[in-house]
Design a protein around this ligand. Structure first.
Ligand code: ZN
Ligand code: ZN
Length: 245
């Protein structure tokens, strides 16, 4: 009886909030729902794929290389990162809607894809807790949600790994990162994050973010966690810049 009611509720939710193609926002047909993209977009989306930087997980053109130029030049505080799609084409619009357009429903598709490609990797790292990159509190209140937390919660639902969205806090507004170069981004994020709770209990943490650009944000959050006693920090982002090597 209970299950029956539950399935009716899900069906009603499906009518109210139909599953959409994350790339073009079109409501998906039944056969498209499994993959999360409509037929047109499925052929156009650029996944990061297996030829990727061993550090940040960004796509590489040359499969003989281990690291992208960015990681080869600037050491990172996190152990390793992964990303699902290249930040190009329709995925740029997708990320915009996920961030500003209240398309929280995309979180589920992103989490499904993250687990499809990196589920084994996540499992092998014995992650104890998922930490979404925090937003500045005032900004989050205004927007109503933090897209990184939405993704973290979807991943948590599917893996059983708990989310800790209160252990790192964003101390200042760091808007307009897009216009800044790598050095200025670093300055902009200096002391931008702080630890709110004791994290010594955690040895392995997974940071979750929407877009990985220069890696400064993930790196700053990783530094804060490691300073608090975490041994290893891993990261997963929905999108990452196109090939840079
Ligand atoms: Zn589409
Ligand atoms: Zn890299």
């Amino acid at each position: 009886m209970y299950l029956h009611i539950k399935s009716i509720i899900y069906r009603m939710l499906g009518i109210l909030y139909p599953k959409r193609c994350v790339a073009c926002d079109k409501v998906l047909l039944k056969i498209e729902k499994e993959i999360g993209f409509c037929r047109e977009c499925a052929g156009k989306i650029k996944l990061v794929g297996p030829v990727a930087c061993m550090k940040c997980g960004g796509p590489l053109l040359d499969d003989r290389k281990e690291f992208c130029n960015n990681c080869a030049q600037a050491p990172k505080a996190f152990t390793q990162g992964k990303a699902i799609y290249q930040y190009t084409g329709n995925m740029k619009n997708a990320m915009y809607r996920f961030k500003y357009g209240n398309r929280r429903c995309y979180g589920r598709t992103f989490a499904e894809h993250a687990l499809h490609y990196y589920g084994g990797w996540i499992k092998s790292k014995n992650i104890e807790v998922i930490v979404p990159v925090p937003m500045y509190e005032k900004k989050e209140k205004k927007r109503g949600y933090n897209q990184a937390t939405v993704l973290a919660k979807a991943l948590s639902d599917m893996t059983g790994i708990p989310v800790a969205d209160k252990i790192v806090r964003r101390e200042k507004e760091t808007e307009a990162m897009k216009q800044l170069n790598a050095l200025k981004r670093k300055k902009n994020l200096l002391n931008a994050f702080s630890l709110q709770k004791n994290v010594v209990q955690f040895k392995k943490v997974l940071i979750v973010d929407d877009i990985y650009t220069t890696g400064t944000t993930m790196d700053e959050v990783a530094k804060v966690l490691k300073a608090g006693g975490v041994d290893e920090v891993f990261g997963i982002s929905v999108c990452i810049g196109e090939c840079s090597d």
